[in-house]
Design a protein around this ligand. Structure first.
Ligand code: ATP
Length: 324
């Protein structure tokens, strides 16, 4: 192997070792606030709470049984929208849905419930990462058992974003070895991209996300140049207050309503190296990178799961055969 390959492999091993000696607990900030929602809450009200708190998901709590009841994410709202599309005459009922109805909504529209995996906060971070990749969960609740009451408590939620940020901040000596360009790594998706234009309706884009099982759709102009990205979380402000009829608005209109603290869109070129992508992750709130050419033409998309998968799994089998 070339020196470049050697460095790359050494960097990857370094990061993997690091993930094995740290726990999910280590990823959490020293002090944080966790918003947990009771499943008796009206779905309509949950939207306002998320927006007011500047968050896009929350653990659910079943206070009757004192148990953790899963995670609320933008996928749940997309399911409600699909329900509304399939049963448009049920708007009154949709308005009365509580978070406890989410499983019924899944059943009614025929989607499989997302597997809710949780991990213990003191288990190795590596385990949480592997589990994330295996289940395609984008976020995993950290569930502990209270010593005194013997009850489950949700400590926090870890996301791919938090993990990659943690790696980027604490592993510069390893990530700086990752000098191979994105092009050579085949990192991301470049074929059959799901895209949209500003003039399509929000509903069109939501259907596209459901169909392709993705959480972001690049918005392009007539020359296929990147203008923006519509994300699953952008759905939340669209249906605030139960305004499902506003989903027929255009993507352009919806994106103009984004909150001021929107993290922004991050792009990279196919010649960019993974070390510089980790620099971007270290400095910014990156949720995906859109790959563009020099003229801003859309080339591909690199999701956080693509990066995590590469960092954890690339060359793994050969490694385990050689090294045991
Ligand atoms: P998140 O972006 O929320 O972290 P994720 O990492 O699973 O979730 P998705 O956006 O769901 O990312 O992407 C899953 C896979 O689909 C990835 O391999 C990604 O490269 C690819 N992908 C993402 N967006 C698109 C798109 N618009 N068109 C085609 N493929 C996509």
């Amino acid at each position: 192997p070339s020196p470049l390959d050697k460095d790359q492999m050494q960097g990857l091993r370094g990061v993997r070792e690091f993930l094995k000696v740290r726990t999910s607990y280590d990823v959490l900030p020293l002090s944080f606030r966790l918003v947990v929602l009771d499943i008796d809450l009206l779905i309509k009200k949950s939207l306002n709470i998320l927006i007011q708190n500047g968050i896009v998901s929350a653990p659910l709590w079943d206070s009757r049984n004192s148990t953790f009841a899963g995670l609320l994410t933008s996928t749940d709202y997309i399911n409600v929208i699909q329900y509304y599309c399939q049963f448009p005459h049920d708007l009154n009922q949709v308005d009365q849905f509580r978070l406890s109805s989410l499983r019924d909504i899944e059943r009614a529209i025929g989607v499989l419930p997302l597997e809710t995996v949780s991990v213990h906060p003191m288990r190795p971070l590596y385990e949480a990462c592997r589990r994330m990749l295996k289940t395609r969960a984008r976020r995993i609740p950290l569930v502990d058992v209270d010593d005194e009451t013997g009850r489950e408590t949700v400590v926090s939620v870890i996301t791919q974003y938090r993990i990659l940020k943690f790696i980027a901040v604490n592993n510069e000596q390893h990530t700086m070895l990752l000098k191979k360009p994105v092009r050579d790594l085949g990192l991301g998706t470049y074929k059959d991209l799901a895209t949209s234009t500003m003039n399509n309706s929000v509903l069109d884009v939501i259907h596209l996300m459901v169909k392709h099982n993705i959480s972001a759709v690049p918005i392009v102009d007539e020359d296929y140049r990147l203008l923006n990205v519509f994300e699953a979380v952008d759905v939340i402000p669209c249906i605030k207050g139960g305004a499902y009829d506003e989903l027929s608005a255009t993507v352009g209109e919806a994106l103009s309503k984004r909150s001021d603290d929107f993290a922004g869109i991050y792009t990279c070129g196919q010649d960019d190296r993974l070390d510089s992508i980790f620099d971007t992750i270290r400095k910014s709130r990156v949720h995906r990178l859109i790959v563009v050419d020099d003229d801003g033409g859309l080339k591909g998309i690199i999701s956080l799961s693509d990066i995590l998968k590469y960092v954890l799994l690339y060359g793994e089998e050969e490694d385990s055969i050689r090294g045991g």
